[in-house]
Design a protein around this ligand. Structure first.
Ligand SMILES: [Zn+2]
Length: 281
């Protein structure tokens, strides 16, 4: 691992972006979305500016929310490459690879399904997934994606999002640097920093994180990997058991095991896609 962070990968979601508190803010079919996709670019550019200030020479951004084409390309800092559109094999982490990146940063991230005082808390798909339990530990999107980065040898050094997402990230990677931009009152309400203040915080903390990447080890999940999924209703568990690698545990719970972590992550994401077909049963 280089001591100087020359190549930086950024995965950016939307629910943890500054001032976002409601699904209408992150739904491209809603009038308010246009405002918040600009806010998304604002948080992102603050992180990019922090990375540049720390000496980064190559920055690749993976747009990771919904259809993964939220960031207006002209609003993104021109120093960065932008990976957009879906589906993609590695989803929110598309583009991560062995031996290329020095650090991963997460922007706009939210907490896992069921979190108290977590703005728009969910795990990949709120309508189908009640919990994802990897090797016995309930895991949200940060933990899953940090483990994929870790499998490729890349440390997860920074996260910006609501206070609950920051606390969750610290529980998986204690040395991570975080930038909390809002504090939930409830699932759909929060006390928010002014966007100018949150951008200043993100820029400063991202810079500090990258200047001290040596303190963070890549986050690692032991292999083989056991993935238990608890679904919102039994029809979802019924239909995911069509997958040849899936076993039933109980009414709403399924279980599968994989030799390596990247396969586990793809396997669980495939099951979530299939569960979505049972949403209205
Ligand atoms: Zn999202």
């Amino acid at each position: 691992m280089a001591n100087k962070p020359e190549r930086v990968f950024i995965s950016i979601d939307m629910e943890g972006i500054s001032s976002v508190v409601d699904w209408t803010h992150v739904d491209m079919n809603h009038a308010e979305y246009g405002y918040y996709r600009k806010m998304m670019a604002g948080d992102l550019n603050a992180a990019i500016e922090g990375a540049l200030a720390a000496g980064a020479k190559e920055i690749v951004v993976s747009d990771s929310h919904g259809g993964m084409r939220n960031l207006p390309p002209e609003d993104v800092h021109e120093a960065a490459y932008l990976i957009r559109g879906s589906p993609k094999p590695d989803g929110m982490m598309e583009g991560i690879e062995d031996g290329h990146y020095d650090a991963v940063m997460f922007v706009g991230y939210h907490s896992m399904a069921g979190t108290e005082r977590g703005i728009l808390a969910h795990t990949i798909a709120g309508s189908t997934v009640d919990a994802v339990i990897i090797n016995g530990r309930e895991t949200g999107e940060f933990g899953m994606n940090a483990a994929l980065a870790g499998w490729h040898g890349v440390p997860s050094v920074f996260l910006a999002g609501d206070a609950a997402a920051c606390a969750e990230a610290e529980s998986f990677v204690p040395e991570i640097t975080t930038a909390p931009v809002k504090w939930a009152v409830g699932r759909n309400s929060a006390k928010c920093l002014h966007p100018n203040k949150s951008r200043a915080l993100i820029k400063q903390k991202a810079k500090e994180a990258l200047e001290d990447i040596g303190k963070v080890s890549p986050h690692w999940v032991n292999e083989p990997v056991e993935v238990k999924m608890r679904w919102v209703n039994p029809a979802m568990a019924d239909i995911v058991c069509v997958l040849p690698y899936m076993d039933r545990v109980d009414g709403k719970t399924t279980r599968c095991t994989f030799d390596d972590y990247p396969s586990a992550l793809r396997g669980l994401r495939a099951s979530i896609s299939i569960a979505g077909t049972a949403e209205r049963r």
